[in-house]
Design a protein around this ligand. Structure first.
Ligand SMILES: [Zn+2]
Length: 388
């Protein structure tokens, strides 16, 4: 079965060998053919081959599906009250995570599953076609495994984040909790996870603890990624680079050495501007990272405490407005950048051979993602070549 997407005013391929030769590989007056779930042909609309089915983009823009490489979708309850208090002037400390842990432990499997499905559908409607989901609100072996099982039902990109915070019952016994995470909990999580992650931050896990946890995960075959340098400068970014982590996430407080390390590595700097927006904090310095040559990704960090959004268009708009990324840099970071942060060479672009994950935008140009913030521009989403 073949499918033609025609009447594309602007096609973003993220393949610099196509179109205008920029990083976005822009093709104007374009068409795209999908066969067996993959992109089979891209080019000038006037040369498009015949196909079994047709989707008319009506002079809209087609972009690769967003790759949201950082979310915490498995949780119960919300923290709207905490958000309102913070907006009224109280600082964000991360302590509210325990509130969500209590609600998540108390929830039934069905409640967790329904919440994840609701958020996944919300993201899909806004053009997210690949999504990473972390555990981290269970913090017991049984609850972490349950969280990962629920996450696995909607994505292959599951991350074991038993080291999110130290749970209340281990107060003052962080080393005992790290031993549990590295031992029984890691072993039980393994069949359900691809990645291992740690919240390396003052008040969570220090550099030595983070190293022990990531090494334990790597020792059983999990791939490392890390929450690093969100609230303070710290050892997280250096550790990520040293261990060859796919991504260091947040990167809000970076030293010159951190920037140099990222620029000289394959570790992606994943920026999460929804977190700074929702905690009214200073944004990461994307320009410094880009100027140094680091690979930058954008992700939502969707979670009920510090960034309760599933909207990648929102993250793109904030990155452009508040972090001085160009609209092209921000879109690339939210698609190809996310794919690199998940080590996924098959998604995040629309060259021949790519998975046919894409969105048709009700817009003459991709620039409208930032130019028209808050407007639902995503008209149609294709996932593996199938309209959703
Ligand atoms: Zn996070």
């Amino acid at each position: 079965m073949s499918l033609l997407v025609r009447s594309i005013a602007e096609l973003v391929t993220n393949d610099p060998s196509l179109g205008d030769g920029s990083a976005l590989g822009l093709v104007h007056d374009a068409a795209l053919v999908v066969e067996d779930g993959r992109v089979a042909w891209v080019g000038d609309a006037s040369h498009a081959p015949a196909t079994d089915r047709v989707i008319d983009a009506e002079d809209g823009t087609v972009i690769p599906g967003f790759v949201d490489s950082h979310t915490h979708l498995v949780f119960a309850g919300d923290r709207a009250g905490e958000f309102a208090a913070r907006m009224a002037g109280e600082p964000y400390t991360g302590g509210g995570i325990r509130t969500t842990v209590a609600a998540t432990r108390a929830a039934s499997d069905g409640e967790l599953r329904a919440n994840v499905a609701r958020l996944r559908d919300e993201a899909l409607r806004q053009g997210t076609t690949t999504i990473e989901v972390k555990s981290g609100y269970g913090l017991s072996t049984a609850d972490e495994v349950r969280s990962l099982r629920v996450a696995r039902e909607i994505t292959a990109e599951t991350t074991f984040l038993g080291a999110h915070v130290v749970p209340a019952e281990f107060e003052g016994r962080t080393d005992d909790y790290v031993s549990l995470v590295c031992g029984e909990m890691m072993k039980s999580a393994l069949p359900h996870a691809r990645w291992v992650d740690v919240f390396c931050e003052r008040g969570a896990f220090d550099g030595d603890q983070a190293r022990a946890i990531l090494l334990a995960g790597m020792g059983v075959g999990l791939l490392p990624r890390i929450h690093a340098n969100q609230l303070t400068t710290g050892p997280g970014v250096q550790l990520a680079v040293e261990l060859g982590a796919a991504s260091a996430d947040h990167c809000t407080h970076l030293s010159d050495a951190d920037i140099d390390s990222l620029a000289g590595s394959t570790t992606v700097a994943t920026l999460l501007p929804g977190a700074e927006f929702s905690t009214r904090s200073p944004y990461p310095d994307a320009r410094r990272l880009l100027a140094a040559g680091a690979t930058v990704a954008l992700a939502s960090d969707c979670n009920p405490g510090s960034s309760y959004t599933t909207s990648m268009p929102f993250c793109v708009a904030v990155a452009v407005r508040e972090m001085c990324m160009s609209p092209a840099e921000a879109l690339w970071a939210a698609t190809a950048g996310g794919a690199r942060a998940l080590r996924r060479p098959d998604v995040g672009y629309l060259g021949v051979g790519a998975v046919a994950d894409l969105s048709v935008l009700d817009a003459a140009s991709f620039v409208h993602l930032a130019y028209r913030p808050g407007v639902p521009l995503v008209r149609t989403v294709l996932l593996n070549g199938e309209p959703q």
